[in-house]
Design a protein around this ligand. Structure first.
Ligand code: SF4
Ligand code: SF4
Length: 217
């Protein structure tokens, strides 16, 4: 079986935001919408302070609450573990936005969103709306770059190993802090890292069994 998952090494993350930008670019996300974020905090006391960043994204939970609450069958869990949204089926009720304990969903409002209001769409936005139409009035969230995975697999590539078949945030990270692979394969890099580095899930007490793991500092 395949269950796609991610490991994020907090020891390696340098808080550069490259993953955040790569995600925005890959999915042509409108202003204010982020599928990949950094939660930043500080410890210590001036002048000896340390900045701590936690990259967060949809956890593609095994027991996904967002799937359970969706009345339209729009949020589904694929056989490979990816939780995805069918924009045509989504009725915009936002039950999932409220239900996600990780606050990883955004509602894409009906109002037109432009990066430079009143100045027209940039070339980037025009291309994005053609290539990757995100429907307004629907829920949005990270999809583990499923289109890259699906297309890569068709070409015989290996997600997490081959760049073309791996999530944009993983291949962009200059610090190699993000890993992607099959959690069900005990020999995959993600499984090895989880075991050897004792990687853990964010808020396991939520009981959703996330597919994103963190190697702590
Ligand atoms: S993190 Fe939230 S949106 Fe993602 S699968 Fe889990 S419950 Fe659903
Ligand atoms: S907003 Fe869309 S995906 Fe979320 S629960 Fe409602 S119909 Fe389902």
């Amino acid at each position: 079986m395949v269950r796609w998952g991610m490991v994020i090494d907090l020891q390696r993350c340098i808080s550069c935001y490259a993953c955040v930008v790569a995600c925005k670019q890959e999915h042509f996300l409108p202003p204010g919408v982020f599928w990949n974020r950094l939660v930043v905090s500080e410890t210590g006391k001036y002048p000896t302070v340390t900045k701590i960043a936690y990259p967060v994204l949809c956890n593609h939970c095994e027991d996904a609450i967002c799937v359970k609450v969706c009345p339209a069958g729009a949020t589904v869990k694929r056989e490979d573990g990816i939780v995805s949204i069918d924009y045509d089926a989504c009725v915009g009720c936002r039950y999932c936005v409220v239900a996600c304990p990780y606050q990883q969903r955004t509602y894409n409002a009906n109002t037109p969103a432009e990066y430079f209001p009143g100045q027209g769409l940039t070339e980037f936005e025009v291309i994005g709306q053609k290539l990757y139409p995100l429907q307004k009035g629907t829920a949005l969230k990270c999809n583990f770059c499923l289109e890259r995975i699906d297309e890569g697999l068709k070409k015989g590539l290996q997600p997490g190993v081959d760049r073309e078949a791996s999530p944009a945030c993983v291949i962009t990270c200059p610090a190699k802090a993000r890993y992607f692979g099959n959690l069900d394969d005990p020999n995959s890099e993600v499984s090895r890292l989880i075991k050897e580095k004792k990687a853990s899930q964010f808020h396991p007490e939520f009981g959703t069994n996330p597919s994103v793991y963190y190697i702590s500092r």
